[in-house]
Design a protein around this ligand. Structure first.
Ligand code: FAD
Length: 276
């Protein structure tokens, strides 16, 4: 389908983008366009103004920020996947960015767009949740930092308010004793996850600080806290992986299938992490 008519403006800076996005209640930012444009073509989204931030080079970077790695909101998935700083200090993020969609999607889609879109089937939201990442949200009043655990509010709903934009994501540097895995089950190579699992822990003799986050098991990415406790205790995390989840039933699978799949994938992810 063809999108409804809209005005288009290209932002020249973050300040200019905020000014433009604040000028109309239904204005939308355009980053990589790989989620917004399909939604507009289906007329699920009908902004009267599209503010193009895709060329804002000032928000495309991967930087060393001391204890963390800072990633600009407009950094493309391909650049996240291939950034040497992430490959060295947080290979979980770069590995997962490299699994998104296909090369075309990875060369256009951005980390900020992926998080701000709030799709519970997307990969990076679960990863930033497992990592306890911080997300900077800018508005005309300044920048506020939102913890990943507070960021995702519902299906396509996040902590980003009207007139605001995500500017930066900070993920921690992992240490030598961190072990991790990301597994996603999908019906075709380029599909979104039917269920995805991010698993992360420190292994120094015993497993400590376990984090397991689930994709497509509810309205938002979820921490599987019972599975985390089971992992730390040496019990079977797969047996309790679906506790507290509310997975959808759709063409990719029923809720019951997803609960089963979560158990299988959590068990495999923990095994893979421990074998790393
Ligand atoms: P856009 O489409 O430009 O924007 C998406 C939404 O976020 C819009 O509402 C926009 O206004 C808002 N937005 C964008 N940037 C910001 C910002 N900085 N601050 C505030 N709001 C902002 N994703 C996966 O996770 N896994 C997959 O396997 C996967 N496969 C895909 C396959 C295909 C064929 C396609 C088309 C997409 C796929 N995606 C997948 C989604 C892809 O990763 C998108 O690029 C991403 O979700 C959105 O990023 P974007 O930069 O394209 O955002």
């Amino acid at each position: 389908m063809i999108p409804a008519a809209f005005d288009y403006a290209r932002a020249e800076s973050v300040e200019h983008a905020l000014e433009l996005i604040g000028s109309r209640d239904d204005a939308k930012l355009l980053a990589g366009g790989h989620s917004l444009l399909p939604a507009m073509r289906l007329r699920l989204s009908r902004p009267s103004l599209v503010v193009d931030v895709g060329r804002l080079g000032e928000l495309s970077y991967v930087r060393d920020a001391g204890a963390s790695i800072a990633i600009g909101a407009l950094t493309r998935h391909h650049d996240v996947a291939t950034a040497p700083l992430l490959q060295e200090h947080n290979p979980l993020v770069s590995y997962v960015a490299g699994l998104i969609g296909d090369p075309q999607v990875r060369h256009r889609g951005t980390i900020g767009g992926s998080l701000a879109h709030g799709d519970p089937a997307s990969d990076l939201p679960a990863v930033v949740l497992a990592l306890d990442a911080e997300i900077d949200v800018a508005g005309t009043g300044g920048v506020r930092t939102v913890a990943a655990a507070e960021f995702f509010r519902g299906v396509f709903e996040t902590a980003v308010g009207a007139g605001e934009m995500v500017t930066e994501v900070r993920v921690p540097k992992l240490s030598g004793d961190h072990v991790w895995s990301y597994l996603k089950f999908r019906r075709r190579a380029q599909d979104w996850a039917t269920v995805g699992v991010a698993a992360l822990a420190r292994r120094n003799g015993a497993i400590a600080e376990p984090a397991i986050a689930l994709v497509s098991m509810g309205a938002v990415p979820l921490r599987a806290s019972a599975a985390e406790a089971a992992w730390a205790a040496g019990d079977d995390p797969g047996a309790v992986a679906a506790n507290g989840t509310d997975p959808p039933s759709d063409t990719n699978g029923s809720a019951e299938f997803r609960r089963h799949l979560a158990g299988v994938l959590v068990r495999r992810a923990v095994e893979e992490a421990e074998g790393r």
